[in-house]
Design a protein around this ligand. Structure first.
Ligand SMILES: [Zn+2]
Ligand SMILES: [Zn+2]
Length: 230
């Protein structure tokens, strides 16, 4: 029978200190190995351990506040179990490689990455391929494969760097939002799709969804949160 707690293996790996195993799992979500997702894994595991979190089920027992939508945050989501989809993840669009894990009491730990120390680990070949494949998006398949190998090696090495050299960690007090409310659904009178009630707009006296209303909306993409005017 399937156990009811799918996160058990992840918690066990965290308390056993199995960071390579966690990075492997993170890679399944993230799609590649890279130093910043490795740092997210390392930081997330550290915060879970420091706060002594056990048996969390992604039901807002703990919340994570991430300050970047970069690779780092996927490592944080895998290890903390606070995700985009379970309401336990708060995104602040600060562009900082940092995150906070907090209990409902507000006791938390904020970990920020000392980026220069991490960058110093890259070899000239990695930098060159990064520029070509990722920044300019014009590398060959062979160059992309080579970068993925170099990144894999660098990522697993990053896990071994002493925490004090790559992180600044401090205890913080967090104002934890109340549990996410469960809203009723209403039906859009134009397209017929179901909408969470607070997102419904009124047009000609009838509920409509935001796309059918023609109103501006928030949008989170690679560049961060933006308002899309209409
Ligand atoms: Zn990445
Ligand atoms: Zn609609």
């Amino acid at each position: 029978m399937t156990p009811a707690n799918p996160r058990k293996a992840i918690e066990d790996a965290i308390y056993a200190g199995d960071l390579p195993g966690l990075l492997q799992t993170s890679g399944m979500l993230h799609g590649h190995f890279c130093p910043f997702s490795a740092l997210g894994v390392k930081a997330g595991a550290r915060a879970v351990r420091d706060l002594g979190v056990r048996k969390s089920t992604g039901m807002e027992e703990v919340i994570a506040i991430v300050e970047t939508n970069s690779c780092f945050s996927d490592g944080v989501q895998i290890t903390t179990g606070c995700t985009f989809g379970n309401n336990a993840l708060i995104y602040r669009d600060f562009g900082k490689t940092a995150f906070t894990l907090a209990r409902r009491s507000g006791d938390g730990i904020r970990i920020s990455v000392l980026a220069d120390r991490v960058k110093a680990e890259r070899t000239p070949e990695t930098n060159e391929l990064w520029e070509k494949v990722v920044v300019q998006r014009r590398g060959s398949d062979a160059e992309r494969d080579r970068l993925n190998e170099l990144w894999r090696d660098l990522s697993f090495r990053t896990l071994d760097l002493p925490d004090d050299e790559v992180f600044e960690a401090r205890q913080v007090k967090v104002e934890v939002p109340s549990y996410a409310r469960i809203f009723a659904s209403v039906q859009c009178s134009v397209c017929g799709e179901s909408i969470m009630e607070p997102r419904a707009r009124i047009k000609d006296g009838k509920p409509v969804c935001i796309p059918c209303s023609g109103q501006a909306y928030y949008h989170l993409a690679g560049d961060g949160i933006a308002v899309i005017p209409r």
